[in-house]
Design a protein around this ligand. Structure first.
Ligand code: ADP
Ligand code: ASP
Ligand code: MG
Length: 419
């Protein structure tokens, strides 16, 4: 019998009524003949509350205890869904990460899945029982400590379970009915995509579209898991809900995307991230070794540098600008100041009220001029570009945060994405 993994995010399990609705989605698939493993998130808002409690308890909390606290949200929903499924007459039980086990490394707070033991899980669902797995959590086996996978990690749990079970599909149920050309909460004219290539989804997710956790897309790509993003907030028994091809967005290999669709569409989506801070180092000598003097200490401090711009020098001096995650802004400036002896800069400045807006599309590989169009359109709206980076299938612009919505909407229209 075919196996199916169904993942439900926080909004989908926000209260008992929603959990009943989720149970009806599960029942539909069981009745359609699937062996089902369900992965659940904590009720919406719960993880934020738990994280807040840890921070209130101590600014320098032990990350192992943080994981013990924040993993509890998913424990609650897995048990509740199992109860509701049982009440509906289905055989079901909850599984915590450590019970399977889902083994991870010991990077507490953002652990990576190493392996999922599918033996007990496979036996349970083979026997006709619905397995309700707590997402977001695992165990570091050598120490026996609970771990969590980073915010949004239940997506990754679900795709990993689907790969381990060799499931036919992994359905990610959320509060939107698929992946859109950009965040539909920001651009009402955003369009739902029927299909999006793994590479594009990976860029969308890592550049700010939080509809899927980045690692879940990486895993789906590596293990070729057919992943659908779809809405849980629909009538589970409506005939159109059963037709997954119509009811959501399939994330798949480039080859599966109809050729003419890709040729006509150069840009697939726009993503944005406010989690960026700009650091500028003024007047450093324009000579070999300076970039190493700047970025070496940042790497040693585990600070992730993203965009980098270096000006052309006029008089033997130049400016270097780069971006880091907002949370690392103060630390990054401190690292540069500490390395003043080798960098010999005049001043370090920066800003946190900046946004990175990115244009993504596999079609950009074979089309020139995509960036030039964007420069013109942004200039037309009086939006100044602070930094730019490009890769084969994306262009990112750093702009003032105040212009985020205007920039996203302008680019969305520019590339013909408006519905
Ligand atoms: P869940 O709790 O189900 O995991 P998330 O809040 O993590 O849900 O992700 C769903 C949200 O992602 C949507 O409500 C939407 O606002 C946001 N989002 C951002 N970019 C996109 C996009 N391109 N397509 C769809 N949703 C997006
Ligand atoms: N509950 C966790 C979070 O809010 C994991 C998830 O929802 O995927 O980050
Ligand atoms: Mg999520």
């Amino acid at each position: 019998m075919a196996r199916l993994v169904m993942k439900f995010g926080g909004t989908s399990v926000a209260n008992i009524e929603r959990i009943r609705n989720v149970a009806r989605h599960v029942k539909r698939e069981v009745e359609a003949g699937y062996q089902v493993a369900v992965v659940v998130s904590a009720m919406s808002g719960k993880t934020n509350e738990l994280v807040g409690w840890c921070k209130d308890a101590s600014a320098l909390y032990d990350p192992r205890e943080y994981d013990a606290v924040v993993a509890s949200g998913e424990q609650v929903t897995s048990g509740l869904l199992a109860i509701v499924l049982q009440e509906m007459g289905l055989s079901a039980r909850s599984w915590q990460g450590w019970q399977l086990p889902i083994s991870t490394d010991d990077a507490h707070g953002s652990a990576r899945i190493l392996d999922i033991d599918s033996e007990k899980l496979g036996a349970a669902i083979d026997g006709g029982q619905v397995a309700v797995i707590a997402g977001f959590q695992g165990i570091h086996l050598p120490t026996g400590r609970l771990t969590t996978l980073g915010r949004g990690g239940s997506d990754t749990s679900a795709v990993a379970v689907a790969a381990a079970l060799k499931a036919e599909r992994c359905d990610i149920y959320t509060d939107v009915d698929g992946v859109y050309t950009t965040d539909p909460r920001v651009v009402p004219k955003a369009r739902r995509l029927d299909r999006i290539a793994f590479e594009e989804m990976l860029e969308m997710a890592s550049l700010g579209a939080k509809v899927l956790q980045v690692r879940s897309v990486e895993l789906a790509m590596v293990h070729n898991v057919r992943t659908f993003v779809r809405s849980s907030l629909v009538d589970p028994d409506a005939p159109e809900t059963a037709n997954v091809e119509k009811a959501g967005t399939l994330i798949c290999d480039e080859e599966e995307i109809v050729a003419n669709q890709m040729e006509s569409q150069v840009v697939t989506g726009i993503a944005f991230s406010k989690d960026e801070a700009q650091v500028s180092i003024r007047r450093v000598a324009d000579k070999p070794g300076i970039a190493a003097a700047v970025f070496g200490p940042l790497a040693d401090a585990h600070i992730n540098v993203d965009m980098i711009v270096q000006n052309v020098s006029a008089d033997g001096f130049t400016d270097i600008t780069f971006t880091v995650p907002t949370a690392d802004f103060e630390r990054a400036k401190a690292v540069i100041e500490k390395a003043r002896d080798t960098i010999a800069h005049q001043v370090v400045e920066g800003a946190t009220d900046v946004t990175k807006v990115s244009v993504i599309g596999i079609g950009m590989r074979s089309h020139a001029g995509v960036a030039a169009q964007a420069f013109q359109a942004l200039a037309g709206k009086g939006i100044n570009i602070r930094a730019i980076t490009t890769s084969e299938i994306k262009i990112s612009f750093l702009i003032d945060a105040a212009y985020t919505e205007l920039a996203v909407r302008t680019l969305h229209s520019l590339y013909g994405l408006d519905s």
